[in-house]
Design a protein around this ligand. Structure first.
Ligand code: SAH
Ligand code: TRP
Length: 371
């Protein structure tokens, strides 16, 4: 077991760093409702399951694997450093990027229905980002009288701690617990106890390929008790022109966000990507029903990555796949949930039918695949 070392955030909140091993038996998921060793500062409890050295190792592994694969591909979580978080926040306000507005409209209309169906004492948010829309859920759950705690879980510590501090200012009675972690690896570290509503918003589940989403939903199901529930936000299939525009805005913010992954690799792995040497390309893959975001070499070039002692040649026109964003039908959501041990309790869309929010509960009879 790796020794725990105190960590300090820029906010002065303190917490603990632990191993990055999801299977570690360090007591962090002991079922007490708190994480062993976590400390609280000014109302904000912070736990880290990813710390700097893990980050470097994981990034190195993903970049080595991704750049030597054919086709070349990088996992999307590396977009999100402090700059990436800010750029994403800007994306959510772009005229072309409808998903955030549509999901907010659904929560505006139905947060009280959600709270009535699942009067949780703990709201957990995965991939929480700024947790802006989440306030609608917090308000509705508070109105039912039982809300005590909010757990925000995100891989980007800077956005997470900033969001946590804002929430404490607005909800002084709420215990706010920020968890820096990777939802593909650290779900077993989620604080347990009480009745939990687990929100996974923004269509982030669509950034995983089907096999990964299946594994994720099954792993989450295994962490949940019979009174817990999942609130899942998913973008829906629609006119491809609108879909492409949402990821290729006129102001170029999404292009900057896409290229930010190269800046992260340059800084953290000593690489020399020429950011302007890569164009932002968006493609609707109809067969797989997902948007693909790529970075395309605009000229022949060689990139060296010092930490990996690796040189990679790009010919003009070579692509690096940086993101998929799957689009769903309502039936598909229900089927994928059923296959992974979840029963749909209710499902809402916005009046235009652009986006869906689904409330699901653990199936009483899990399918064979989920046990
Ligand atoms: N839920 C917010 C933010 C969506 S953007 C909204 O609806 O607007 C996706 C968020 O998920 C980012 O904050 C990013 O840092 C986080 N994220 C991406 N991959 C992650 C991973 N593997 N583990 C934890 N968080 C992740
Ligand atoms: N979950 C968001 C989505 O798929 C993430 C996102 C929005 C995104 N715009 C992006 C990711 C642009 C990469 C690039 O819509």
């Amino acid at each position: 077991m790796t020794p725990r070392t105190p960590v300090t955030t820029p906010a002065g909140a303190t917490g603990t760093a632990d191993t990055d091993d999801a299977d570690s038996t360090d007591g962090t998921s002991s079922g007490t409702g708190t994480v062993a060793g976590a400390t609280t500062f000014a109302g904000l409890t912070l736990d880290r399951h990813v710390h700097a050295s893990d980050r470097a190792v994981n990034l190195a592994r993903d970049v080595l694997g991704g750049l030597t694969a054919n086709p070349r591909e990088l996992p999307p979580k590396w977009f999100y450093d402090a700059t990436g978080g800010m750029l994403f926040d800007e994306i959510t306000r772009l005229p072309e990027y409808y998903p955030t507005r549509r999901e907010r409209a659904i929560l505006d209309d139905h947060a009280s229905d959600i709270a009535a169906a699942c009067p949780a004492d703990t709201l957990v948010e995965l991939g929480s980002g700024t947790s802006e829309k989440t306030r609608l859920l917090l308000d509705a759950l508070r109105a039912t009288g039982g809300l005590r705690k909010f757990v925000a879980f995100d891989v980007d510590e800077s956005t997470l701690t900033q969001a946590g501090r804002s929430l404490i200012a607005v909800y002084p009675d709420l215990a706010v617990h920020a968890v820096v972690g990777d939802f593909e690896r650290h779900l077993s570290h989620l604080p347990s106890g009480g009745r939990r509503l687990i929100a996974f918003l923004g269509g982030t589940i669509g950034n995983m390929r089907p096999a990964k989403r299946g594994a994720f939903l099954r792993a989450l199901r295994e962490q949940c008790g019979s009174t817990d529930a999942l609130l899942l936000g998913t973008d829906l299939v629609k006119d491809p022109d609108r879909l492409v525009a949402a990821y290729d805005d006129g102001a170029g913010v999404t292009a900057a966000f896409n290229r930010n992954v190269l800046t992260v690799i340059n800084r953290e792995l000593g690489a020399d990507f020429n950011i302007r040497g890569f164009a932002h390309v968006v493609h609707w893959n109809a067969a797989d029903a997902w948007i693909e975001m790529r970075l395309r070499a605009v000229r022949d070039q060689q990139v060296t990555i010092d930490s990996l002692a690796l040189a990679v040649d790009f010919q003009r026109g070579d692509d690096l796949l940086t993101e998929i964003s799957a689009k769903f039908t309502r039936d598909r959501i229900t089927t994928e949930l059923a296959d992974t041990g979840w029963a749909v309790a209710q499902q809402w869309t916005d009046p235009e039918g652009d986006f869906a929010v689904t409330l699901a509960t653990p199936s009483t009879t899990p399918t064979a695949a989920s046990v």
